[in-house]
Design a protein around this ligand. Structure first.
Ligand SMILES: [Zn+2]
Length: 79
C-alpha cells in the first residue's frame, strides 16, 4: 500500500463512452471486463453513474408543473 491511488488510463478511454453508451458490443465487453478487475475504474464508474443519476433527477425536478402542463397541451390528441 502506497497510500496513493493509481490513476487508470483506461478510465478516460473506456469509462466515459461506456457511461454514455457510445460503445459497440466488443468495446463494451472490453470495458466491462476491465471494470471487473480494475478497482480504480470500478470506483470511478460507481461515482460517475450516481452523478449522472443525480443530474438526471435534478433536471426532471427543474421542470415546473406549469411547463409540464404546457408541454402536455402541445401534444396533439389522437382522437
Ligand atoms: Zn481501470
Amino acid at each position: 500500500m502506497t497510500g496513493f491511488e493509481m490513476i487508470c488510463e483506461k478510465c478516460e478511454e473506456l469509462l466515459q463512452p461506456y457511461l454514455d453508451r457510445e460503445l459497440d458490443d466488443s468495446e463494451r465487453h472490453e470495458a466491462e471486463s476491465h471494470l471487473a478487475d480494475c478497482g480504480y475504474c470500478k470506483k470511478r464508474y460507481r461515482f460517475e453513474e450516481s452523478l449522472r443519476r443525480y443530474v438526471r433527477s435534478a433536471c426532471a425536478e427543474e421542470m415546473s408543473p406549469e411547463l409540464k402542463a404546457r408541454l402536455a397541451a402541445l401534444r396533439t390528441p389522437l382522437t
